[in-house]
Design a protein around this ligand. Sequence first.
Ligand code: GDP
Ligand code: IMO
Ligand code: MG
Length: 447
Amino acid sequence: MANVIVIGAQWGDEGKGKITDLLSRSADVVVRYQGGVNAGHTIVVKGQTFKLHLIPSGILYPDTECIIGSGTVIDPRVLIAELDQIEELGISTSNLLIAETAHVTMPYHRLIDQASEERRGNHKIGTTGRGIGPTYADKSERTGIRMLDLMDSQGLRDQLEWTINYKNVILEKLYNLPPLEPQKVIDEYLGYAERLRPYVVDASLKIYDAIQRRRNILFEGAQGTLLDLDHGTYPYVTSSNPVAGGACVGTGVGPTMIDRVIGVAKAYTTRVGEGPFPTELDGELGELLCSRGAEFGTTTGRKRRCGWFDAVIGRYAVRINGLDCLAITKLDVLDELEEIKVCVAYEIDGERCEHFPTSARKFTQCRPIYKTLPGWQQSTSNCRSLDDLPRQALDYLKFLAELMEVPIAIVSLGASRDQTIIVEDPIHGPKRALLHADGSQASLLSA
Ligand code: GDP
Ligand code: IMO
Ligand code: MG
């Protein structure tokens, strides 16, 4: 039995969907613990592509229970569309459960998110416009609607009438937008409630029961470490806690129940939206990574900004999440390059800096210090073991593992399940502490 958290180690879109799906074959329960429909997790199986926003990436396994946890925010309209899509493909959603304490994204959240971004002008965050920030703000302000409120028709009417009238003041007076009609919204959401009712449960109790029965639980993070509200590049972050600690808060599971934390990182870096990005590549190289990596947002279709691998933020992700190992994805995207750079440290005001600076202003001033490695200039997409990899590709991976002082357990070389090298079983293999006991930091890779 092992309870494992999968997190994004960069700015999101690292391939968490692919890795979670892959690991779900040894999981009994897969739980999403934060974020909402800002997330877009892609799974490719036998040429068929699934794009999931809220449903956990274990849904393709009929015997795996999938839970949308308490720390998520749920847009029922998008969730129902997602359920319909999955069911149309002949995949059952009867193994899905939704936490009754998860908060609900309402139409005014979406409107306020989009209008406030427009109002911010040059100071905009570049949100997905899906109402995520305003939903979490209401949760903190204690004016939120939870799934259990949605299930109580009379209570919902009372609560929504008051809340919508209150939000209408903001929409009309602050943003010059037309008001919402309370009755229309209430009727719409009561309809959603009926569709979602069979799925809504006390999720924390379900997870606890599964732990007691010694089931394997996989916690699936959305977004990434650098988008974390507390530990990311604030204010250019999302409004939840994607870091490993968020899994406990967002599911109601105590930290002593967690056995492992796996970080997912691309072999280079991408970022969507505004905010500092020291290794960003403008021009031809950035375009090449974008087109070879098909770097367009799963949720918004926006072009992702691309750059070299940044080991400073990598080390930061290892520290903040307590990573046991890494899954490196999209190595194949680098196949054509003659040489590849890795940021090993920053320079700020002429001084070398090995650590991620917490101030966004300081982070903007960071200039990357690069180490250049030779490329391999041949396809890796059909490699299925470390022995199949070109020597330079293996050296690149070893270099990353050494820099981040954490072993690499999985290497991904394409979007499909089979385009993967499992160096070491990240769930049942030896723990990091054991691997490091002999002082060899990249022992998984050289195994
Ligand atoms: P997530 O949000 O972390 O789940 O990542 P996304 O699904 O938003 O973005 C990752 C994209 O890369 C998706 O289109 C995946 O199908 C794709 N992908 C995942 N792993 C690999 C890989 O190793 N190589 C390539 N070329 N594509 C990959
Ligand atoms: P997955 O789970 C990449 C980014 C947005 C914006 C910032 C705040 O697919 O990795 P929000 O709408 O959350 O208030 O936007 O966070 N962002 C993501 N970037 N992947 C994601 O999710 C993201 N979810 C939000 O682009 O910069
Ligand atoms: Mg994504």
